[in-house]
Design a binder for this molecule. Structure first.
Ligand SMILES: Cc1cc2nc3c(=O)[nH]c(=O)nc-3n(C[C@H](O)[C@H](O)[C@H](O)COP(=O)(O)OP(=O)(O)OC[C@H]3O[C@@H](n4cnc5c(N)ncnc54)[C@H](O)[C@@H]3O)c2cc1C
Length: 388
């Protein structure tokens, strides 16, 4: 019988310390400056790749660290806790790296995984469509076989990091020859493919990673662009979506840690009456509540990752959703508390919390919304009727 430990193994603790040290040497000021100048976090990304941190989940024989999602999520949590999250880790090594590791051909693994692991290429991931949104069963991007090639046609929206990616793992549908029913299929599409156009979506929160609308107009791809089996079904997709949820949780939880650390420090030092503001329960209790909710979220994330790494996809699905929900909530609540603890300073650029408040809000929306998680838990964990 396998057990899920409540403490992390020594190697993961050491991994956290090493990432924290590296990320701390860049810090939030590096990210803030890059963001203000409209630049990418290239130095940090490359440094992380050089140290092997971006590919800790990729199998060793393909240049990775041979670990799993528990390791990769620990890496992202530490980056975010240092104020220097790398959003594309959610996509490139976690979603794309995992799907290719689990479903790709030997050639695809040899071609893509070492470069994803060392960060020398970034692979974006595109599932969301304007007319489908949360209902990914409704996507209409279609792949049609034409001789030895696939022809892809459709539209995607809110796709992160296309401008820094070399390729995109595009979720499409193929028509079942017998039934005509559409089946999900995954294709690697180079970002410079003929017929692929992109348009940046202006966002209100500022981040080095941009979001794009994609217009895929009869893009022709070779036969070996298909990742996994055309008839493999939905599990191939969830091989990547559960890691995405675990990483979404890691990003949110790390941001919450960053905000809580800052707020606690401020509460210990800011004095406007006879004692520091942390003396007042109105300031101390919300911070204590955040600490408890943060630890709850971290336990859920660690359990989700442990189940995923143990090969229990169904169990991982349930806990990845719960971890993602808990992470989104604690990040939003903690950022709000941290801003409030800082008074007027909470929204000053110098403290780095105002923009993060908006970024934390993303954790309630993407990659899967709070409501869709509640729908999932109501139906699958509690056995309640489907509501939609
Ligand atoms: C910054 C950012 C980065 C992103 N990056 C990527 C990416 O790299 N790749 C990618 O493929 N996508 C990406 N997305 C898209 C993201 O996954 C979607 O925004 C998300 O899945 C929600 O879909 P939607 O925006 O269409 O909302 P909708 O589906 O239109 O939902 C709108 C609201 O209605 C609620 N709702 C919908 N259906 C139900 C229901 N049945 N019951 C109750 N409530 C419901 C939702 O919870 C939500 O609050 C990104 C989004 C953002 C904002």
């Amino acid at each position: 019988m396998s057990t899920v430990p409540f403490t992390e193994p020594e190697e993961r603790v050491a991994l956290r310390e090493a990432v924290s040290k590296l990320a701390g040497s860049y810090g939030h000021s590096y990210v803030a400056e890059k963001t203000r100048n409209g630049e990418k976090l290239t130095e940090l990304w490359q440094d992380m790749g050089k140290h092997g941190f971006l590919g800790v989940n990729i199998p060793e024989e393909y240049g990775g660290g041979g670990g799993g999602m528990a390791d990769l999520s620990a890496v992202l949590e530490e980056l975010a806790a240092a104020g220097a999250p790398l959003l594309m880790m959610v996509v490139s090594p976690a979603i794309c790296g995992t799907i290719i590791s689990r479903c790709g051909t030997e050639e695809q693994k040899q071609h893509w995984l070492p470069k994803i692991a060392d960060g020398s290429i970034i692979m974006a991931f595109a599932i969301t469509e304007p007319e489908a949104g949360s209902n990914s069963h409704r996507i209409t991007t279609t792949a049609t076989k034409d001789g030895d090639e696939w022809v892809i046609k459709g539209q995607k929206t809110y796709i992160s990091g296309v401008d820094e990616a070399d390729a995109i793992l595009v979720v499409s549908r193929t028509a079942d020859a017998k039934t005509g029913k559409l089946k999900p299929a995954l294709f690697v599409m180079p970002t410079d493919a003929k017929g692929l156009e992109r348009q940046v979506i202006p966002m209100d929160f500022h981040a080095p990673e941009k979001q794009f609308q994609l217009f895929i107009d009869n893009v022709r791809l070779p036969a070996d662009a298909l990742v996994g089996d055309e008839d493999g079904g939905i599990w191939q997709l969830f091989a990547g979506l559960n890691p995405e949820r675990i990483m979404g949780a890691a990003l949110s939880l790390g941001m919450a840690r960053f905000a809580l650390d800052k707020a606690v420090e401020y509460a210990k030092t800011r004095q406007v009456w006879k004692d520091v503001i942390g003396t007042h329960q109105a300031i101390a209790h919300p911070l204590a509540k955040s600490k408890i909710e943060l630890e709850q979220g971290r336990l859920l994330m660690q359990k989700a990752a442990a189940l995923y790494d143990a090969g229990d996809d169904a169990g991982a699905g349930e806990y990845a959703n719960m971890a993602k929900y808990a992470g989104g909530e604690v990040a939003c609540n903690t950022l709000d508390v941290a801003v409030h603890t800082h008074g007027g300073n909470g929204l000053a650029q110098e403290y780095g919390l105002g923009n993060m408040l908006l970024a934390a809000r993303l954790g309630r929306i993407a990659p899967v919304s709070r409501e869709m998680i509640l729908n999932f838990i109501a139906m699958h964990s509690l056995g309640l009727p489907k509501s939609y």
